[in-house]
Design a protein around this ligand. Structure first.
Ligand SMILES: [Zn+2]
Length: 118
């Protein structure tokens, strides 16, 4: 159920940046490691956005691949590496680094003169 709280947070950010304008679309970036399910966010979104300036706004998802960071040499590399082995120093001591987040990338509002970027 953690999609509920993230969707609430998304809506808050969107409404703040829209500053009262009608929101037509929201572009979200969802990290591969975030474990947020697009469909669940969409479901909560239609409920939460009802009656707000973001009601009916289309959600667009962009999935961000997860990355690991090597604890030995700090190199960041894609999670698809064989054995999670660092391509630079060969260490297998790596921690999840990128792709854990879910955030608002940009929003589209009806009035063209102000298009805030999140
Ligand atoms: Zn390394």
């Amino acid at each position: 159920m953690h999609e509920l709280s993230i969707t609430e947070a998304i809506l808050e950010v969107v409404l703040k940046h829209a500053a009262g304008a009608r929101v037509t679309a929201v572009h979200l970036t969802v990290g591969e490691l975030s474990s947020f399910v697009d469909e669940s966010i969409e479901l909560f979104w239609s409920e939460l956005a009802r009656g707000t300036g973001a009601e009916g706004a289309a959600l667009h998802f962009r999935n961000l691949p997860g990355t690991l960071r090597c604890l030995e040499c700090e190199r960041e590399f894609p999670i698809g590496s064989p054995d999670f082995r660092c391509p630079q120093c060969g260490s297998t001591q790596a921690v999840p680094h990128g792709g854990r987040d879910c955030f608002v990338e940009s929003i589209e509002i009806e009035s063209p003169e102000e298009v805030p970027r999140a």
